[in-house]
Design a protein around this ligand. Structure first.
Ligand code: SF4
Length: 340
């Protein structure tokens, strides 16, 4: 089977080129064609000799995704269902913000975490994506829309910290100034709370932002929503978050999806203030997207604003996330589920 050339960082690619009897600087040229210029075939690499292009063609694939389906929202959000070339499909979302274009990528095919509010729940975990398969989501969207994506969030299907090594490698390749050149500061990782990996990330010394899907303030409620809480409870999670803040001096973003009559009352807001008091953090309140046949429904606007105001009045910075793509099933897993 051919190797995915997008799985290689520049140093590894240079080693591959040496094995092929080529000069390492050729690897830099090819890296630029792949990640910066974003070509779809080796034949487009016009400053590379025909002989080398043929060698590359024999050894590697450029892993160019096919678009199975693309949905566009009135607010400019675009949601892609990509064929990852082995019969599986993943979702990627492109969103428009004032500060630029942001992409939400998947890190796995399916997910093991089983969060009850997530449309991916019930979709069997198949496998983790390789670094190149993560990166190709950015490149495929950039090619299709002829745009430059400035920000990236790991908030699509999958638990990124459950695919830790590949996600870290993808981030480092994305950072490379000779390629896509996306600064780690513009990359955000969202986790359901894999505590040991939060410690690893704190020690990693990269500048990306960490988001924690919290969604409840008591173990009873959180475990009912997110089975990961049975393995790592809120106390352990908060301890890891404090370590992360201490080590990186970076603010953590806590995601809190408000579900009607579940976690959106004033008592929950009070608990949340108690839990996060004194931490360098921000709370991102998410009006939950209604999931087809799902148990949870969206909180009322009145409750959402009351919740936000209570947090802000009590020293916790909180904002309500703009609902993007709500007319095109932009909650993770929904597009994929429709195609199963
Ligand atoms: S919310 Fe994220 S971590 Fe939880 S099941 Fe869905 S994809 Fe997995």
């Amino acid at each position: 089977m051919k190797k995915n050339i997008k799985d290689y960082n520049l140093d590894e690619l240079k080693e591959e080129f040496i094995k092929l009897g080529e000069k390492p600087y050729r690897a830099e040229q090819v890296f630029k064609w792949i990640h910066e210029i974003n070509v779809k075939s080796f034949s487009e690499m016009t400053n590379i000799s025909l002989e080398l292009r043929e060698k590359l063609e024999k050894e590697f694939t450029l892993c160019i995704y096919n678009i199975i389906r693309k949905q566009e929202s009135k607010d400019g959000t675009k949601k892609y269902l990509f064929d990852v070339l082995d019969g599986n499909a993943i979702e990627t979302v492109l969103m428009e913000y004032k500060h630029g274009k942001s992409i939400c990528v998947s890190s796995q095919i399916g997910c093991k975490m089983g969060c009850k509010f997530c449309a991916s729940t019930g979709i069997e975990f198949v496998r983790s994506l390789t670094p190149g398969e993560i990166i190709e989501q950015v490149l495929a969207v950039q090619r299709d829309e002829n745009v430059k994506v400035s920000n990236l969030v790991f908030m699509g299907i999958g638990e990124p910290l459950d695919n830790y090594d590949n996600v870290m490698k993808a981030i480092k390749i994305l950072n490379n100034p000779k390629g896509i050149n996306m600064g780690a500061r513009h990359i955000s990782i969202s986790t359901s709370g894999l505590v040991p990996k939060i410690y690893d990330l704190a020690d990693e010394n990269i500048q990306c932002t960490l988001s924690i899907s919290l969604h409840a303030t008591t173990d009873e409620k959180r475990s009912a929503l997110m089975p990961v809480n049975n393995a790592y409870n809120i106390e352990e999670l908060m301890k890891a978050c404090k370590y992360y803040i201490e080590k990186t001096n970076k603010r953590i973003s806590f995601e809190y999806a408000l579900a009607k009559d579940n976690n959106d009352n004033l008592e929950d807001a009070k608990q949340l203030v108690k839990l996060l008091k004194g931490m360098l953090c921000h709370v991102n309140l998410i009006p939950i997207n209604k999931i087809e046949n799902g148990k949870f429904t969206k909180s009322t606007n009145e409750n959402i604003l009351k919740f936000r105001d209570y947090l802000n009045d009590n020293g916790i910075v909180a904002t309500v996330r703009r609902e993007l793509g709500s007319d095109i099933d932009a909650a993770c897993g929904q597009l994929r589920r429709k195609n199963l």
